[in-house]
Design a protein around this ligand. Structure first.
Ligand code: ASP
Length: 338
C-alpha cells in the first residue's frame, strides 16, 4: 500500500469505527437471550429459557416458545385465535436458524402446531413455504393430527360480535387490554389479549441466532389472506453475522418494505437494534404518513452481542425480554404521536 492509499485507508477506517461506536453505544453483551413480541412473550420466554439456560440451541428454544403459546386456547395465537371473515381460523408460522435454513406455513387450517410444521418443512423438504390445503396435507402426512374446526370461546364471541357490522378495521393498539383504545372492541373487557402474533428471536450460549413466528393473522381478514408472519424477510429474518428481527402489526405494511430483512441489514451497517427498528418504522411512515397514523407496526431486534431493542409506529407496542439479568416487559419507543 503506498503512502497515499494508506492515508486514505486510515481515514476511512477511523470514520467507520467512529460511526460504529456512535451507532452501537452499549458495550454490553447478553448471552443467552430471548426476546418476544407483546406481554404474552413473558410466558413464551420462560419456556424458551428452559432450553437456552441449559446450553440448548436457539432454534429449539424458539420452537419450544412458539409451541407453548400455540397450546393456549384462549390466546389469539394458534387454533384459539380469531377467525377470518368466513369464520375459519387460518394459521401462519415460520422458523429460521443460524444457517439461514427456514420453513414456513401459510393459511394452514386445523393443525395445532404450525411452527413445528414449518420446522419439518425446513428440515425435510427442499422448500421454504407451503400454503393452504397443501400445507395441511404435508402436516397430516408427517404425523400431525387434524383438530376440530371449532372456534375457541373467546374467538366465537368476538366473531359473533364482529358479524353485527362485518367491518374490517385493523386494531392499532393491540395490547390495550381494557378495550378502551380507538379500535379496541368491547369483547376484550375480560382482559384477553386482542392480538395475534407471537414473534420470538433468541441468541444461544454458543452465539447462534434463530427466530420463530406463529399467528392466526389479522382477525376477520379475507379468507386466504396471508400476512407478514410466514414471509421470511417480512415477519422474521435471521442472519447469524448481523442479527435477527421479527414484527407484529399490520402485515401488509411490513411486507411492502421487507421489514425484518431491512432491520437486519441496518444492524449489519452498525446500527443498534433499536435504531435499526426505528429506521424500518420510518420507512413505513414515510410512504404514507396519514395512513401510518391509523395503524400499528412494531419491530423487535437482537444483534450478535445480544443487544436488543424495538420501535413501533405509535404508542402501545410492548415486548418481553429474558436474559440472566432481565425478565421484563418493555414499552417500545414509537415514532408518531397520535
Ligand atoms: N402481523 C400479523 C399479520 O399481519 C398480525 C399481528 O401482528 O397481530 O397477520
Amino acid at each position: 500500500m503506498n503512502a497515499m492509499n494508506r492515508k486514505k485507508f486510515l481515514q476511512l477506517s477511523s470514520l467507520g469505527l467512529a460511526g460504529l461506536s456512535f451507532r452501537n453505544p452499549s458495550p454490553l453483551s447478553n448471552k443467552p437471550i430471548v426476546i418476544s413480541t407483546w406481554e404474552s412473550g413473558m410466558q413464551v420466554n420462560a419456556e424458551a429459557w428452559k432450553v437456552l439456560s441449559t446450553n440448548g440451541k436457539a432454534i429449539d428454544a424458539v420452537e419450544t416458545g412458539a409451541r407453548h403459546i400455540e397450546n393456549e386456547l384462549n390466546c389469539c395465537v394458534g387454533l384459539g385465535g380469531y377467525p377470518d371473515r368466513d369464520g375459519i381460523v387460518t394459521l401462519d408460522a415460520c422458523i429460521m436458524d443460524e444457517k439461514s435454513n427456514c420453513g414456513a406455513v401459510a393459511a394452514l387450517e386445523q393443525i395445532k402446531h404450525p411452527v413445528s410444521v414449518a420446522r419439518k418443512i425446513m428440515e425435510s423438504t427442499p422448500h421454504v413455504l407451503l400454503a393452504g390445503a397443501g400445507a395441511q396435507q404435508f402436516a397430516l402426512e408427517n404425523g400431525f393430527t387434524k383438530e376440530p374446526a371449532t372456534l375457541s370461546e373467546s374467538a366465537d364471541h368476538a366473531y359473533r360480535d364482529w358479524l353485527k357490522t362485518s367491518q374490517y378495521k385493523p386494531i392499532i393498539n393491540i395490547e390495550n387490554k381494557k378495550g378502551n383504545g380507538p379500535f379496541a372492541p368491547a369483547f376484550f373487557e375480560d382482559g384477553s389479549a386482542n392480538h395475534d402474533t407471537m414473534g420470538l428471536i433468541a441468541l444461544d450460549t454458543k452465539g447462534d441466532l434463530s427466530g420463530a413466528v406463529t399467528t392466526s393473522g389479522m382477525a376477520f381478514k379475507l379468507h386466504g389472506r396471508v400476512g407478514d408472519s410466514p414471509i421470511i424477510g417480512a415477519g422474521l429474518f435471521v442472519d447469524n453475522e448481523a442479527g435477527a428481527a421479527t414484527s407484529s402489526g399490520v402485515g401488509e405494511e411490513v411486507i411492502r418494505i421487507c421489514g425484518t430483512h431491512l432491520v437486519v441489514e441496518f444492524m449489519r451497517q452498525g446500527y443498534s437494534p433499536e435504531l435499526a427498528c426505528k429506521k424500518a418504522v420510518e420507512r413505513i411512515v414515510k410512504r404514507d404518513p396519514a395512513k401510518a397514523r391509523e395503524l400499528q407496526v412494531g419491530f423487535i431486534a437482537v444483534n450478535k452481542k445480544g443487544q436488543y431493542g424495538a420501535y413501533a409506529i405509535q404508542k402501545g407496542f410492548v415486548y418481553s425480554v429474558k436474559t440472566d439479568q432481565v425478565n421484563k416487559v418493555f414499552d417500545s419507543k414509537y415514532l408518531v404521536e397520535v
